[in-house]
Design a protein around this ligand. Structure first.
Ligand SMILES: Cc1cc2nc3c(=O)[nH]c(=O)nc-3n(C[C@H](O)[C@H](O)[C@H](O)COP(=O)(O)O)c2cc1C
Length: 336
């Protein structure tokens, strides 16, 4: 079944801000977009999510920082970056000049760091949203990751929301490495987050069986790529179910338009494309094209019509248990 791809309205709204389409880059996978510009116009994306920026310049962790895994990769970059001043002066100004919608990702080691970063963004043009990467160790709490503690996550989000100019949405980026992601999501929203980005990488580890030592210099690293997509779908589903009115920027292992559609159906209003960009730099625009075609093929007129659609019962309702005597059988009897 094929349809015309021109009929579907691909625009999406995140916390009151309208984007022409729902495909964004993922933080850390396309720097600030300059390298992608040789492959396509970054302004054609819904938005460019920049690599998490910290207050000071950082050289990151020792190498090796990346390792391949089945259907994914492990990274331990350590938030290498130029620091907020150089970022604002060069990267943000470049994105603004290109007409791209910048989603600025910030990261810190203390609540104070995040508050300062947020206030430094004030007065700069071209910021469509702020994404708060809370998957960072809290130096004031024995290195506990902010995203894994509802109170710490809440303190960061509240400080950022107070300091970012009103009218610019603040999205908290959640980690899947928690027992109850909806609990963390709720504490971020209660603290003032206008939306949620999910998921960040999962903590993983690879050991080289020749050297018989960890492959990454940082020992553990973040797992990303297709291997984590079912986790991203599950997290998006759970958060949308708990907080249906809160917009979600979904990500994790998206490689195709259908992968993006899956996350939209789970409850995301837009998606970020990360690891795939490393082996196909044109992936974001290809995924947008494939998604538009997939929606047209399904007779969908507006992208917003599929957001969270998988939560709604089929119409007419389909029986989940066969009617008649078989419905009374125990599950084991049905299996046999
Ligand atoms: C090399 C690399 C660097 C990343 N750096 C950041 C970062 O700076 N900030 C952040 O919030 N997430 C970072 N991420 C996580 C991604 O933004 C994304 O949440 C995750 O990789 C899942 O999406 P994917 O499977 O499409 O890559 C990074 C991921 C990778 C692979």
């Amino acid at each position: 079944m094929t349809g015309t791809s021109t009929t579907t309205d691909m625009s999406t709204t995140l916390a009151g801000v309208r984007f022409p389409n729902p495909v964004f880059t993922a933080s850390g996978c396309a720097a600030a977009g300059q390298e992608l510009q040789q492959f396509f116009d970054v302004a054609s994306l819904g938005g460019v999510v920049t690599k998490s920026i910290m207050l000071a310049a950082r050289s990151g962790r020792a190498t090796p920082r990346m390792a391949e895994t089945p259907s994914g990769m492990l990274n331990s970059i350590g938030l290498q970056g130029p620091g907020i001043d150089a970022f604002l002066e060069k990267d943000l100004a470049w994105l603004h000049g290109k007409g791209a919608r910048a989603v600025v990702s910030i990261a810190g080691g203390s609540v104070e760091d995040y508050a300062t970063l947020a206030s430094r963004l004030r007065g700069h043009d071209g910021i469509a949203m702020v994404e708060v990467n809370i998957s960072c160790p809290n130096v004031e709490s024995r290195g506990e990751v902010f995203a894994c503690d509802p109170r710490a996550a809440s303190a960061v989000v509240s400080a950022v929301r107070k300091n970012v100019a009103p009218g610019i949405p603040v999205f908290a980026k959640l980690s899947p490495d928690v027992t109850d992601i909806a609990l963390i999501a709720r504490s971020c929203v209660d603290a003032g987050a206008d939306g949620l980005s999910l998921i960040n990488t999962l903590l993983g580890m690879v050991i080289d069986t020749d050297t018989m030592r960890p492959k990454l210099a940082g020992v553990t690293g973040g797992l990303s790529g297709p291997a984590i997509r079912p986790v991203a779908v599950r997290c998006t589903w759970q958060v949308h179910q708990a907080l249906p009115d809160v917009p979600i920027l979904g990500m994790g292992g998206i490689r195709t338009g259908l992968d993006a559609l899956e996350l939209l159906l789970a409850g995301a209003s837009a998606v970020s494309v990360g690891t795939t960009v490393f082996n196909d730099p044109t992936a974001p625009v290809r995924i947008l094209r494939e998604l538009q075609q997939a929606l047209a093929d399904r007779g969908i007129e507006r992208l917003s019509d599929v957001v969270g659609l998988a939560h709604r019962p089929l119409d007419p309702p389909q029986p989940t248990v066969p009617t008649g005597p078989i419905g009374d059988l125990l599950p084991e009897e049905v299996e046999a």
